[in-house]
Design a protein around this ligand. Structure first.
Ligand SMILES: Cc1cc2nc3c(=O)[nH]c(=O)nc-3n(C[C@H](O)[C@H](O)[C@H](O)COP(=O)(O)OP(=O)(O)OC[C@H]3O[C@@H](n4cnc5c(N)ncnc54)[C@H](O)[C@@H]3O)c2cc1C
Length: 452
């Protein structure tokens, strides 16, 4: 039987970054991946990633064949497609659209160069358990069907939305179930336009409306005349398939008339706060398997990379102490959830607000500038919705016809602040976990913003 320190299931962006950090720190690290090596990185995605994720992790910026387009700025449209917010000069947002395959191959080659090993066409089937401790993974060669078992001190589930390992663990620390409403279902195409677009470095986002109920449509530049276009909708809404909504959007948006389709496909991304605990006994979760994507826009590349760096460091410390229990791995929870995870958790409240305001209210909010670009940016940073007293008065005056909308925005602002504080006080060890988790669920239950 093969034995390693860390076994990473899945060679997506989160898995490769985790494996690289583990290997750099001297851990015997193996990645198993069901795809063949030359397809690692290929994924249906919006392809956008902000520069801040690289600045904060030290991972090299994408270059050359990895970059499709530079992104600087966004236009955010309400359902009426008028009074859009023009976001410019926002450092947190600027970045790139990447060629997913080339970018993924780079992350993989960095993991391998650091010393990690790779087994491709190897599908993980289930965790090997000794009592409550995960001690390895049973897997199968995709081509030959040959079964294998790999033993590991720590198993990292980086298998993406499928969460192959997480879904098979029974533990008070491991959440298996994700609500349909906390998943965005998406369809996207990469298309070649008839004409070059105006402002080819600006992303376009279209909120709500008939094309993207409880979600948004996007147009992300991939070059002067090529764009990544898609629709993501809240799961469980039963308001049409993402593909049919996408087709309707494409038919009505003039920029997209008669474009040539270069690539197409559907996918799902979790848009919830991260797992309440990112670790179990002998196991840790990262990337989409840990629900680390941004609840507002579904951007999961950056958060998974951030988490992978932390997880690699915590794995090294746990192995040095020979403690791979929940307690031994707990620092990963503390370092990710008190930090970036806090931002993601408060953004779930904002997502719930956005999903429950009506199209008419959203149009009104944009027309009256109830939420300005700065508010949107502050919310995205996890700072909540900043409402200074003066601002508040100004807003109430402006929104006098929509008091209930203002009240709901204020309620969301207050819950975001509460969530922020709760995550900042993430328990220092597993003993405080259940009580803390109950408090999170109380806030989520209160995050109801439907118009009365
Ligand atoms: C339509 C769409 C648009 C998106 N747009 C953006 C965007 O613009 N920007 C952004 O940042 N994010 C975006 N996301 C989200 C982003 O793609 C994910 O958050 C990110 O790819 C997650 O990375 P990951 O490494 O966790 O998982 P993945 O990239 O899904 O990687 C998981 C890997 O595990 C492998 N695997 C799965 N099961 C097994 C198994 N049993 N055994 C072995 N290997 C296995 C898979 O083959 C895969 O290689 C989008 C998602 C979708 C669906």
């Amino acid at each position: 039987m093969k034995r390693v320190d860390v076994l990473v299931v899945g060679a997506g962006s989160a898995g490769c970054v985790t494996a690289r950090r583990c290997a750099e720190l001297g851990l015997k690290t193996l990645i198993i991946e069901k795809k063949p090596k030359d397809l690692i990185g290929r994924k249906v995605c919006g392809d956008e990633i902000s520069r801040s994720h690289f600045d904060d992790t030290g991972i090299d910026y994408p270059t050359n064949g990895e970059v499709s387009s530079v992104i600087s700025g966004a236009d955010v449209y309400p359902p009426s497609l008028t009074h859009e917010l023009k976001v410019r000069g926002w450092e947190d947002f600027n970045g790139w659209t990447v060629d997913r395959l080339n970018f993924g191959q780079r992350l993989l080659s960095e993991a391998l160069a650091a010393g990690a090993s790779l087994m491709t066409e190897c599908r993980a089937a289930e965790p090997v358990m000794r009592g409550e401790q995960v001690t390895g993974v049973r897997c199968k060669n995709v081509a030959s069907g040959e079964e294998d078992t790999i033993a590991a001190k720590i198993v990292v589930d980086a298998s993406g939305f499928a969460a192959t390992i997480r879904n098979k663990i029974d533990s008070e620390f491991v959440e298996k179930h994700v609500d349909k409403a906390d998943v965005a279902l998406c369809y996207r195409e990469i298309v070649y336009l008839r004409y070059p677009m105006a402002e080819p470095e600006v992303a376009r986002v279209f909120l709500g409306g008939k094309y993207a109920p409880s979600g948004y449509a996007w147009i992300f530049p991939k070059g002067p005349q090529t764009v990544n276009v898609g629709v993501g909708i809240g799961g469980g809404e039963g308001r049409g398939s993402p593909k049919s909504l996408y087709e309707a959007f494409k038919k009505e948006y003039p920029l997209l008339y008669d474009c040539e389709v270069l690539d197409s496909g559907g996918g799902a991304v979790p848009v919830r706060r991260p797992l309440a605990s990112l670790v179990g006994n002998g196991v840790a979760f990262v990337g989409d398997a840990a629900l680390q994507a941004n609840p507002i826009h579904g951007g999961g590349l950056g958060p998974g990379m951030r988490a992978g760096i932390i997880l690699g460091e915590v794995a090294k410390e746990a192995i040095a102490r020979r403690d791979y229990s929940v307690r031994g791995l707990w620092d990963y929870n503390i370092r990710f959830l008190r930090g970036f995870g806090r931002r993601l958790a408060s953004l779930e409240i904002f997502r719930r607000l956005l999903q429950q305001v009506t199209d008419e209210e959203m149009d009104f909010g944009f027309e009256k500038r109830l939420l300005e670009a700065d508010d949107l940016m502050a919310a995205n940073r996890g700072d909540g919705i900043p409402l200074s007293l003066l601002d508040k008065l100004k807003r109430v005056k402006r929104g006098i016809g929509r008091i209930s909308l203002l009240t709901r925005i204020q309620k969301a602002a207050s819950l975001m602040k509460k969530m922020n504080r709760l995550y900042a006080a993430y328990p220092g060890d597993p003993s405080g976990f259940q009580k803390w988790h109950e408090s999170v669920l109380d806030i989520i239950r209160a995050a109801e913003f439907r118009k009365r």
